[in-house]
Design a protein around this ligand. Structure first.
Ligand code: ZN
Ligand code: ZN
Length: 355
């Protein structure tokens, strides 16, 4: 079938909308007409750090759309179902079998292998690669499986639901699943972009406090406060650690780092209370001198099982306590380069492409 997709051919972009051919679904796949796709920092990272030796690539891993066709072996999805697409997993390794697909032993291949797990590719011309996160959603159509296509209620606009598949799941899941933050615990969130703000909203939902947002952008600091941070710190003014200790009276029980900045991570670990835990969501560095009794953990996708967690986030959104719609800014597919530029300079927190 003919599709249109945003193809990355050059480091830094621009991505170009190109007509391509895509095979129909295999037995275990569904063909999804993409309605919308969020843009996540991982997509932008691939654009900015592309290795020029790599094949042209279709990115996108926060797709949402409508099932147009289901393969013979697909049981839980049918034509017409609304789905949110999330990360891919193999389904047969010991972690997947134990219900921990975020720990899948083939996680890297399944999400970054740029082909199906059987080694095939659905796209032609064949130099163009996709299957990114088992979807490649910067396109009019995508192939997914029952493992990463989550059926969602039809009453909600799909373009609103797209960001749930990665950014919102990661931010909220880190607080609710990985760190298991509970009532009255103190938490600081470093970097209040889409993922950090999801962590802040989740912290408020579980009754944590104080909830401290730290960022360098005024607009984001203000939004962090509106969305549940009890305190907000402008990192440009320095003295982050002493300001945190004057808020909590000691240190913090938890932190979430979305910055990946070694200097910030160094400050964050020094702020941890005894027995405290920090979540590193943007890579680990600079945390070698961890004070005794504190720990940091790297987390993938908020330790969330998409089929469980995405419907849960939708219920929280509908009840009004997870207002992540405040982060979204819509663009047309052909506006993808502008959307990415807006995200880089902080003018859009969660850009969503509408196909
Ligand atoms: Zn992502
Ligand atoms: Zn697996």
């Amino acid at each position: 079938m003919k599709i249109r997709a945003a193809v990355l051919r050059k480091r830094g972009g621009p991505l170009k909308i190109e007509p391509l051919e895509m095979e129909g679904p295999q037995e275990a796949e569904v063909l999804v007409r993409i309605t919308a796709s969020g843009i996540c920092h991982t997509d932008i990272g691939f654009v900015d750090y592309r290795d020029e030796a790599d094949d042209p690539l279709i990115l996108g891993h926060e797709g949402a759309g409508v099932v147009e066709q289901a393969g013979k072996k697909v049981k839980s999805l049918k034509r017409g179902d609304h789905v949110v697409l999330s990360y891919q997993s193999c389904g047969s390794c010991r972690y997947c079998r134990k219900g921990r697909p975020f720990d899948c032993s083939r996680f890297f291949e399944a999400n970054f292998g740029m082909e199906r797990l059987d080694g095939s590719s659905a796209y032609s011309p064949s130099e163009v690669k996709g299957h990114f996160f088992g979807q490649s959603s910067f396109a009019t159509h995508a192939l997914a499986t029952e493992r990463n296509a989550v059926k969602v209620p039809k009453g909600l606009p799909l373009e609103m639901l797209a960001p749930l598949g990665c950014g919102m799941q990661t931010g909220a899941g880190t607080v609710m699943n990985s760190l298991d933050v509970s009532e009255g615990k103190s938490i600081a969130v470093f970097g209040t972009g889409a993922v950090g703000l999801a962590s802040i909203m989740a912290s408020r939902i579980v009754g944590a406090g104080p909830v401290i947002g730290v960022d360098i952008r005024r607009s984001r600091i203000d939004l962090a406060r509106e969305l549940g941070a009890t305190h907000a710190i402008d990192a440009r003014r320095g003295r982050i650690a002493s300001r945190i200790s004057s808020i909590t009276g000691s240190g913090i029980d938890f932190f979430v780092d979305t910055t990946g900045d070694p200097e910030i991570q160094g400050i964050a670990v020094q702020c941890l209370n005894p027995n405290g835990t920090g979540a590193l969501l943007a890579g680990e560095s600079g945390t070698d001198d961890l004070p005794e009794g504190r720990r940091t953990i790297g987390i993938i996708q908020g330790d969330a099982v998409p089929q469980v967690f995405i419907p849960y986030l939708i219920r929280l959104y509908k009840s009004g306590i997870f207002p992540y719609d405040r982060l979204i800014k819509f663009y047309e597919l052909k506006g993808i380069n502008r959307a990415m530029a807006d995200s880089r300079r902080g003018a859009a927190i969660k850009p969503v492409l509408v196909m």
